[in-house]
Design a protein around this ligand. Structure first.
Ligand code: ADP
Ligand code: ZN
Length: 205
């Protein structure tokens, strides 16, 4: 099974992706997590990407495609994979089409006004990639024991630019995948388990 999760920043793609990937035994491939790992390791790629990410801009398509092509060769992708945050431009989607056939595209729909508060209160686990909201995690610790942190690009001003970039570059993918008959739009404006159940229902058909 090969899936794509589409949606604006803060729609809950990462949260739902972890659950669905575990349930179906497929690899969770988050290009954002991959880029943040490169930044932490101080690689050349990571250093080049950091200033773009911190401004809320996209990393160039060829960089992303190089990473993704390598990643899907790995052993854990043999049963399939779930892309979270990729593709993000029409050019990325067209390049993906040449290397792999996707089964379903899940478009998580959340009203814009809900996104800002979700993202600016978001706290991430550096070790396992889990995401929490400050309002429900006063301890500041992940279930795995690690100390949560706030992403540099989760500051409000950067978040606003990420939403602009989403509208301009990524939203056109909704029509692109609808045209191919692959799109399922699901409301992400509900609690985590409800959204999870909606996604499972769609991809189990
Ligand atoms: P979001 O919460 O905005 O979905 P991600 O963790 O997916 O965040 O991505 C964070 C940043 O990493 C993006 O704002 C962008 O700069 C970069 N990035 C991630 N995936 C891609 C991609 N497929 N193409 C271009 N840039 C990307
Ligand atoms: Zn953790």
């Amino acid at each position: 099974m090969k899936l794509i999760f589409l949606g604006p920043p803060g729609a809950g793609k990462g949260t739902q992706a972890v659950k669905i990937a575990a349930r179906f035994g497929i690899a969770h491939i988050s290009t954002g997590d991959m880029l943040r790992a490169e930044i932490r390791e101080g690689t050349e790629l990571g250093n080049a990407a950091k200033s773009l990410i911190d401004r809320g801009e996209l990393v160039p398509d060829d960089v992303i495609l190089g990473m993704v092509k390598n990643r899907i060769q790995r052993e854990d992708c043999k049963n399939g994979f779930l892309f979270d945050g990729f593709p993000r431009t029409i050019a990325q989607a067209e390049a993906l089409e040449a290397i792999s056939a996707i089964d379903h595209v899940i478009n998580l729909d959340v009203p814009v006004e809900r996104l800002i508060s979700r993202i600016s209160g978001r706290r991430m686990c550096p070790d396992c990639g889990a995401a929490y909201h400050v309002s429900t995690r006063e301890s500041g610790a992940c279930d795995c024991g690690a100390t949560l942190y706030q992403r540099d690009d989760d500051k409000e001003e950067t978040v606003r630019n990420r939403l602009v970039v989403y509208e301009r570059s990524t939203k056109p993918l909704i029509d692109y995948y609808a045209g191919k008959g692959l799109l399922h739009t699901i409301s992400g404006d509900a609690d985590i388990d409800t959204v999870d159940a909606r996604i499972r229902e769609v991809i189990s058909k």
